[in-house]
Each structure stands twice: as structure tokens, then as C-alpha cells.
Design a protein around this ligand. Structure first.
Ligand code: FAD
Length: 466
């Protein structure tokens, strides 16, 4: 028998449950389907568990640094990985069960558990159930990519999900991939006490960042004893006794890295290959991302795609914003759109990187005349007082319109301080608004106006300081 709804939502990630609440609150009969863990990636294997573990790693780091602050701690520092994991499981579990009970208690909303698949543009199966709706919303997220690397099937490996079950200290964690996920795990495990090597095919870590940001990130990680192998060509694996050998063949250094565990962090792919999208006439691009317009409508009328699976963002805040865009258009007669969104994210190494808008390289490629301001964290009193002077901040403004084009704050509090810049960008206000604002002393943010008072032309050549 087919049950008919006003709206069916597939997936309980960072868009689905909030959208369910709005649609159900508007009086629609809603069904939401989850095949695995309520709350999706962020809650179970993404943001929440990683940031919880990063907090444990930070505590270990600060205990080791105690003497820098005049605090006496004579004993050896050790980390109990079972306790780290149970703290992480408790915090993540709270969010998961909170999401599930919220959905189950939601008026006008029915929860189904099972793998959802389109049978037609208006019909979805969930296990043995069949649901019909004129509006179907896809929020299926993504999963870690398994790279085609020689020998990968012959060795044990972890990915960002399976590493969540680790409750011991890997002797030497070899991380394939120097992107955001790889870097966060690298510093975290180094601080727990593992030897860590990052292997990256590109000449830079965090390759989407400007070279100066990427170089500073590398220096921060190397300063903590993390081995970084860039320009790795032909990565492959084999076993040597208990160890796993990663063949890297870099231009310099040993062509092999021998480790106890391997973490694959080479990217993510959307969960769209087993959704029956062709039955619904929903088009995907060549990487499997669902093609959507500026209001997240797919090629099939009455079907929307939200979150990581549409390729318009890969963050919790972008997925939630997708939900806001959809309900604004459907319920509030408010034509919000994806292109109103300004790129913003953080990389949660310590110190963190907060990013907003374009990179220097993107501005350069756009051909715009621009000005750049830059300040090292050694010249930020708050950072000096906290004993956390690594990194720098920079801001880029349009030389003609004086609007802020982008910013990076790699330094203590950078993940928070970036928001004052982001908000001025959303206001489309000239940079003088923030330059003339009086910020609180002592904060990292108080140096943003100062930095804006020292703008210089952005060099045309990429190799110059950006
Ligand atoms: C290690 C890691 C760290 C991260 N850290 C951050 C961070 O600090 N900040 C940040 O903003 N983002 C972070 N992210 C990204 C963030 O987790 C995602 O962008 C976010 O969860 C949004 O995902 P989503 O809403 O698209 O779907 P997801 O959260 O992935 O949820 C999709 C849900 O759909 C379900 N599903 C899939 N297919 C089906 C089906 N056929 N039938 C039924 N159910 C289905 C899945 O089981 C899942 O529960 C991180 C990701 C990882 C992997």
C-alpha cells in the first residue's frame, strides 16, 4: 500500500529535520526517511565528534605547554584514548538521540527507517513501505571516497567514519590527503601522541587556500612534529610485517613511509548512486552531484536537493542554509537563493583558520584591482598574552567599490573573529564601516580596523605576499 504525504524528505542531515519542522508546522503531512544514524554526518562522524576530539587534543597540548605559562606539571602527559572516545560518543550520541526524539515527537511528521529509493518522480520506497508526495526533498549527504590506489585492497585502512571507532593510540598514523579533514585528524592524533605523516599529491596542504595561508598551516603542523610529504606521485600500499608501507615517490625524502595505520582523507562523494534518481528524472553531474538551480530545484519538477549532495556547499551551515532557502521560497514568499551566499568556513586546526569570501588568488584571477591588508599574530596583543602567536590575518578589498572581497584569519580565535568581516560583506558595506568601528580590547577582532588602515595594492604576481 502506498501512503500519501504532502512532503517526503530523504535523509536527516543538517537540512532535512529543520525543513520537516517548518513544513509540518505549516500544516503539511510530512514523512522523513533515515537509513542509518539520525543527524547524519555532522552529528555522527563529522563536525561534532571531530571538534569534541580536537578539544581533548587541545587539552593535552596545553598540559604539555603548562610550563610556558608558569604552571608546574612535572609528570608525563598521557592520553586515555578510551576516555577520549567515550567523551566523543557521549556528546555525539546526545545530538543523535536528540534529533531522533525531536523528529519522532514532531506533530504532522512520520519517521521511516530504511534505505529510500525513487520509484518514480512522485514515489519513494523505504524498505517495504511506499510513499507518495508531490514534493520530495533529497538530503542524503555524502561519504568518503575510496581512491583507486595500487595495493589499497591489500592493506587495512581507516576513513573519516571508521576512525570514529578507534579507542587506542595508533603508533604512526599515515594520512593520505592534506585537505581540511586530513589536517584536523593529523594535528589531533599528533597531540594524542601518535607519530603522524601527511601525504599529499599537491605541492601545498589545504590546496584551495592562498599559498601564504597554506605555507603557514604547514609550518604550524611541522612545528608540532608532523611529517609532511608533498608532491606525492603514484601513491600505493603494501604490507611489511605488521606495518603498512605507503609508497610516495616524492622528489625529495624517502620514497616510502612505514606506518601502523592509514587514514584515507582524499575527498567525499555524494550518496546519489543508489537513490534511483533516473526513475525520477533527476539529473546529476559527472561527479554524481544533483544538478539544482539557484533555489535548489532539480531537473524533476517537485523534487529539491539540499546539502552536500547538490555540490553547492559541503558544510553544515550551507546545508542548513539550503533548508532556509527552500522554506523561504515555498512558505514565506521570500525568493532567497544560493547565489546570495558568501563562501565561509573554518579549518579547525589550532590555531584555526577562519575564511570568508574570495582568496587572493581568486581575486587576482578575476582581474579586479584590489587592496590587501595583512597582520601577523605576533602583532596582536591578545595572541601574545595567550601565548598563541602563530599565523596571520589578511583582508582583501575592491580598490574601486571598497567592498570587502575576502579574508583569512589563521590565528587564535580566527574561527570567531572572521564573522565581523563576514557580516560587513553581507551588508555590502564599504570597508570603512568596520575600519571606523571601535572593537573591544584585547581581542583578535580589534586589529581588523587597524589592518584595514594599512591597505596596500594586491600584487599581480601570485608568488608575492598575498
Ligand atoms: C570528518 C568531517 C568533519 C567535518 N567537519 C565539519 C565542520 O567542522 N563544519 C562543517 O560545517 N562541516 C563539517 N563537515 C561536513 C558536514 O558534516 C556536512 O557538510 C553536513 O553534515 C551536511 O550534510 P548533509 O545535510 O548534506 O547530509 P548528511 O549530514 O551527510 O546526512 C545525510 C543523511 O542521509 C542519510 N541517507 C543517505 N542516503 C539515504 C537513503 N537513500 N535513504 C535514507 N537515508 C539516506 C544518511 O544516512 C545521513 O544520515 C565535516 C565532515 C566530515 C566528514
Amino acid at each position: 500500500m502506498t501512503e500519501t504525504y504532502d512532503a517526503v524528505i530523504i535523509g536527516t542531515g543538517q537540512a532535512g529535520p529543520f525543513l520537516a519542522e517548518r513544513l509540518a508546522g505549516a500544516g503539511m503531512k510530512v514523512a522523513i526517511i533515515e537509513r542509518k544514524l539520525f543527524g547524519g554526518t555532522c552529528v555522527n562522524t563529522g563536525c561534532t565528534p571531530t571538534k569534541t576530539m580536537i578539544a581533548s587534543a587541545h587539552a593535552a597540548h596545553m598540559v604539555r605547554r603548562a610550563a610556558d605559562f608558569g604552571v608546574v606539571n612535572d609528570g608525563p602527559v598521557s592520553v586515555d584514548m578510551k576516555l577520549v572516545k567515550s567523551r566523543k560518543d557521549a556528546i555525539s550520541g546526545q545530538s543523535r538521540t536528540g534529533t531522533e526524539s525531536w523528529l519522532r515527537g514532531m506533530k504532522n511528521c512520520t519517521v521511516y527507517q530504511g534505505h529510500a529509493r525513487f520509484e518514480s518522480a512522485k514515489e519513494v520506497s523505504a524498505g517495504s513501505e511506499r510513499l507518495r508526495a508531490d514534493r520530495i526533498f533529497i538530503n542524503v549527504g555524502g561519504r568518503a571516497v575510496l581512491p583507486h590506489m595500487p595495493g589499497i585492497e591489500e592493506v587495512p585502512y581507516l576513513n573519516s567514519s571508521s576512525i570514529m571507532d578507534v579507542d587506542f593510540l595508533p603508533r604512526h598514523l599515515v594520512i593520505i590527503g592534506g585537505g581540511y579533514i586530513g589536517l584536523e585528524f593529523a594535528q589531533m592524533y599528533r597531540r594524542f601522541g601518535s607519530e603522524v605523516t601527511i601525504i599529499e599529491t599537491a605541492p601545498y596542504l589545504a590546496r584551495h587556500e592562498d599559498e601564504d595561508v597554506s605555507t603557514a598551516i604547514r609550518e604550524i603542523l611541522e612545528h608540532e612534529g608532523i611529517n609532511v610529504r608533498l608532491n606525492a606521485t603514484c601513491i600505493g600500499f603494501s604490507k611489511r610485517g605488521e606495518d603498512i608501507l605507503a609508497h610516495v615517490d616524492c622528489a625529495s625524502g624517502d620514497p616510502e613511509v612505514s606506518g601502523s595505520h592509514v587514514l584515507l582523507a582524499v575527498g567525499r562523494r555524494p550518496n546519489t548512486d543508489d537513490l534511483g534518481l533516473t526513475n525520477a528524472g533527476v539529473a546529476v553531474d559527472k561527479r554524481g552531484y544533483i544538478v539544482v538551480d539557484d533555489q535548489l530545484r532539480t531537473s524533476s519538477p517537485g523534487v529539491w536537493a539540499l546539502g552536500d549532495c547538490n555540490g553547492k556547499g559541503a558544510f553544515t551551515h550551507t546545508s542548513f542554509n539550503d533548508a532556509e532557502i527552500v522554506w523561504a521560497n515555498l512558505l514565506d514568499n521570500d525568493p532567497r537563493k544560493v547565489s546570495d551566499r558568501i563562501t565561509a568556513y573554518a579549518l579547525y586546526i589550532d590555531p584555526p583558520l577562519g575564511r570568508a569570501g574570495l582568496t587572493g588568488e581568486e581575486v587576482r584571477k578575476s582581474g579586479r584591482r584590489a587592496l590587501v591588508g595583512r597582520r601577523p599574530m605576533t602583532k596582536v596583543r591578545r595572541a601574545v598574552e595567550k601565548g598563541e602567536t602563530q599565523g596571520f590575518m589578511k583582508i582583501i578589498v575592491d580598490a574601486q567599490t571598497h567592498e570587502i572581497l575576502g579574508a583569512a584569519i589563521l590565528g587564535t580565535g580566527g574561527d570567531e573573529a572572521i564573522h565581523s568581516i563576514l557580516d560587513v560583506m553581507y551588508a555590502k558595506a564599504p570597508y570603512a564601516v568596520i575600519q571606523r568601528a571601535v572593537h573591544i580590547h584585547p581581542t583578535v577582532s580589534e586589529l581588523i580596523p587597524t589592518m584595514l588602515g594599512e591597505l596596500q595594492p594586491l600584487s599581480v604576481a601570485a608568488a608575492a605576499p598575498q
